[in-house]
Design a protein. Sequence first.
Length: 462
Amino acid sequence: MRDRITDYIAWFIAKLIKPVYKNREAIMSKKIIIIFASIFTIIVLGVSFANSGKAQNSLAKKNIELETVDALQTEIVKPVAYDTYKNSLEIKSDYKFMNIDQIDSAMISAYAIKINDENKVYLKTEQDAQDVLYNLKKIYISDDENTEIVKIYFDENIEINEVYLNIIDLKNIRTADEALNLIVKGTDEERKHKIKSGENFWVLADDYNISVNDLVKANPEVVPERLQIGQEVSLIVPEPLINVCTVENVTYNEKIQYDVVYEDNANLYKDEYRVKLRGAYGTKEIEAELVKKDGRELGKVVLNEEIISEPTTKVVYKGTKNPPPSIGTGVFSKPLNRGTITSGYGMRFHPVYRSYRMHTGVDIATSKGTSVLAADGGKVIYAGWKTGYGYCVIIDHGANLTSMYGHLSSINVKNGEKVYKGKTIGGVGSTGTSTGNHLHFEIRKLGNDINPNKYINLYNYY
Ligand SMILES: [Zn+2]
């Protein structure tokens, strides 16, 4: 039975291998043929099976590699994959089909800006690095035609180096704009605060434990007094990685202060001054060399000065006359040296209220700033704003008499001050209820207004 099966297999295999089978008896015994054929079959099957296993295995491995690479890529590229950062996308596609071993050892060429022997900022190309340094300098180049840049340099030692980065470090590569921002601010960090009602730099300084000075530095374009609700301010104080120094030649005009000289004048009392000639500033053109760091002036050397116009000396009269005693004499003098009476004491149609009203004083019109003089000596009992009268002064002359001066543009005396007859107590104006520059002059007896003409006939003067 065994022999028959053996014979049959031998016959079948031998038929497959016809040339051998034909000479089966001449060559070898049946058993040897079976052994050879079996070995051959096993080898063929084994090799093909091994190959198919290997193929599946390598396919699986390849998938894993791609997935891993993709995962890696996503993880690495995401932090830098800003819309604007197209470079990283290019890098991603370059490396997409590399196998994992190659990715691990892949070193990507980049360019570093080396600041004082330390690679600090990485860019994709040398051109990018050069652009960053160029644009950094450009920030501090004034486009003012009166400024000439003599020298511009970095305070630090700066070099551009080619470096090789591992793909893990790709995220350190910045665009030229990002790099410039980092260099100027010293950080990528952004901390903003939106101004709320009632907040200002002093409040923020307290809340964030930062000095007002630093807030001003962090927001050079913001005027602290003009903060708006909803406005965003930065809380990051810039500390540039690279400081830009400039030496500039500038020309500018400067005012020349005028001198003041005094001339004695016997018509004025000793505490009185009057301008005889107004002073005027002169002008000089200055050429100077300015040394600046990051736009802040560190020093200045004046190279040349040229006077364009000389100043005009101011001349002031100084009184020499002894003033009368600061007490009431009972005799009033004119409160203005010149003027025109526009409204007398008594009932009148009021120009502002458009109705008949009692006018409690006399209006004398004259130009703004004309000296208003105390009509008699006494003590100032009111100096300030009064409804209707505007800025006004009231002087107590004793003997139950007071005088009042209204609508002043300025007041020269203080409450409680003793004044002599004829002292300048203020200037004519139009403050309060008034239609033009004039003095409202009033005399009161026991607190009630009376017609001033009972004490001084103002129509003799105006
Ligand atoms: Zn009046």
